[in-house]
Design a protein around this ligand. Sequence first.
Ligand code: PLP
Length: 398
Amino acid sequence: MSEQQIRLNSRMAEVQTPLIPVIGELIRQNPGTISLGQGVVSYPPPPEAIASITEFLASPVNHKYQAVAGIPPLIEAIKNKLQVENKIVINQDNAIVVTAGSNMAFLNSIFAITSPGDEIILNTPYYFNHEMAITMAGCQPVLVATDANYQLQPKAIAKAITPKTKAVVTISPNNPTGVVYDPSALVQVNQLCRERGIYHLSDEAYEYFTYDGIQHFSPGSLTGSEEQTISLFSLSKAYGFASWRIGYMVIPQHLLLSVKKAQDTNLICPPVISQYAALGALNIGVNYCQKYLPDLSLMREQFLQEFQSLEDICTIAPTAGAFYFFLKVNSEISDFELVKKLIEQYKVAVLPGSTFGMKNGCYLRVAYGALEPKTSVAALQRLIRGLRAMTLGSKFFS
Ligand SMILES: Cc1ncc(COP(=O)(O)O)c(C=O)c1O
């Protein structure tokens, strides 16, 4: 069988190709490009995380498989964190499962709650790995548009629910828009899920990244939400932990066996060395991340300020979280074409909006989390110059 036939026969033929490696290759071909592409932070894990590795190494049993759902001291530390910071109480109705990153927690959730052919509601723009996981599982992503400021539209979500719907996914603070959802809309979605007997999958990977005094809200903190809420968390952004691959999920107790089946098959147990490091990080806690927030906040303000000069060619929604901006370029240029030219001619990389499901119009995601403050000025200048020049002479929407 040829390679093409194998591909056509596989479920993966339906799954979109991740674009970050494609953009990465373009960046490599154009040395000196500043990346506003990947959603990572610039800072490393706390030294206490690295120090915990000594403890891991001290016990030979740590080289063997450990518990599927995570090592007990880490689960205990997560339990305390959830109670203090998220107001999520762990009791007999719910459970914590440590995963190799929160993408894996999402995939575990989809395996646990769906059968092939089921539907999952995603709010657009969506996070591409969510859409990919749903498609891979043989399910249907059902797309519901957010409003002009990328806020949730609970009425539209309610309308999209069918007998095949198994869950509504929300991401707040949001990737790719940087928007923090109105807590009252999250409450409405959670109640809707409860009424309709479906799950609310709440991705909170950016829980610590909020600005202008905005507080993060966890739907899993609502009284009586345990039965229908799956909350996903990640250490990747908060603790500069992206390559260590540690995330965790809070699930209704009735899903624990199904989630463990998925996790046991895929992973057996999350890497134990990383779990020790995560324990060290959680012991230091949120203060670690908070040290870096003023710099990120300054960069966000600087970007917002400079973007004002693009008002005639771009629409930029207000953002209060994560480390993203989502620009709508009022032009007929294709998003990928624009991204390619920005890299090749202006040495600055961003991601095209079509990767996040925005195929009508030209949208760009700008990520500033990985920038050092000193490079942010250069990045901004290149982006603004590039966007101005590139849209000049192209056809404009009025
Ligand atoms: C919304 C969202 N969820 C999950 C992830 C992946 O997190 P992890 O590294 O924990 O798998 C990302 C990474 O960009 C993200 O933006």
